[in-house]
Design a protein around this ligand. Structure first.
Ligand code: G
Ligand code: MN
Length: 271
């Protein structure tokens, strides 16, 4: 384990975890139609730390609920003060750990955040990542049904990897599918392309939207467009960035790629 419980608790207390925002784009118009909210640790001694570096330790120490709630509160402060400049229905994608939905306090908090966002004309989408198979499907179905009744929309993250498959889509009744970057990284692989076409047509037949993730080149962008995905996300269009920059980018739209930042470079300057 890299970080002690003490270190992480103190960092949470000091509000060192802040939301970064990565644009989600309409591939036809290049309009920014939403964002994914991602946790970053602004560590005084080390600069910016990515979620993959600390999130497992946070979970292990039982601090995920506290961290997520703090992150959501910071996000609400960002979005609240700038809400009038966002188009109506702007999608706000959050990563939500399935285990947290079992906690009554957390699910109640998520429902409140959802309602607050709706009042500001944002549309919240809870991204579910399933790295392990859900142990008890009937129970999981009940939890997701209950959250859906309370107005929460779900997305399946990293579709095509591990347990993010059609069975999970059914359990979650997902309205959005996020295709893992595996697909655009392997253009020309016929098996993957068949699975991708099946995922997209199945999603569309059920009225669900599809996001292609990990778009880094214009060839990948064109491929995603040809495959009929609804939205794209990736370094080509912008890496996760602080709210001020995201807001600036939104209010200075451009049809050209990389007008304001070579996104991956930007992420690396913090590394
Ligand atoms: O699992 P999830 O899809 O939530 O992961 C999002 C992570 O992927 C973010 O931390 C972000 O930094 C990273 N990411 C975003 N866009 C790209 C991209 O175009 N290429 C790669 N390799 N990673 C990306
Ligand atoms: Mn995600």
């Amino acid at each position: 384990m890299k970080y002690s419980k003490n270190t992480l608790s103190r960092a949470i207390e000091r509000n060192e975890f802040i939301p970064f925002y990565q644009p989600i784009i309409d591939p036809l118009t290049y309009n920014v139609v939403g964002c994914e909210v991602l946790a970053r640790w602004l560590k005084p001694s080390r600069g910016l730390v990515c979620a993959s570096d600390f999130i497992l330790d946070v979970e292990e120490h039982g601090l995920l609920e506290l961290l997520t709630c703090k992150l959501l509160r910071n996000m609400m402060m960002d979005l609240d003060r700038a809400s009038s400049s966002f188009p109506s229905g702007f999608r706000v994608n959050l990563n939500v750990n399935v285990s947290l939905l079992n906690h009554e306090n957390f699910s109640t908090y998520l429902v409140i955040i959802n309602e607050e966002l709706r009042r500001l004309n944002f549309s919240l989408i809870a991204e579910i990542t399933e790295r392990e198979n859900i142990a008890n499907f009937p129970e999981a179905k009940a939890i997701f049904r209950n959250m859906a009744v309370q107005g929460i929309n779900f997305a399946i993250d990293d579709f095509g990897t591990k347990f993010a498959n059609f069975r999970l889509v059914d359990v979650v009744k997902a309205k959005t599918l996020k295709l893992d970057k595996l697909f655009v990284n392997n253009i020309g692989d016929e098996d993957l392309e068949r699975l991708m076409i099946k995922a997209i047509t199945t999603a569309h037949a059920h009225g669900a939207k599809v996001i292609a993730e990990g778009i880094e080149t214009s060839a990948q962008h064109e491929y995603a467009k040809k495959m009929n995905v609804d939205f794209v996300q990736g370094y080509l269009h912008g890496s996760p960035m602080p709210f001020e920059l995201f807001h600036y980018r939104l209010s200075h739209p451009s049809r050209r790629y990389n007008q304001y930042m070579r996104a991956a470079d930007y992420e690396h300057t913090y590394g």
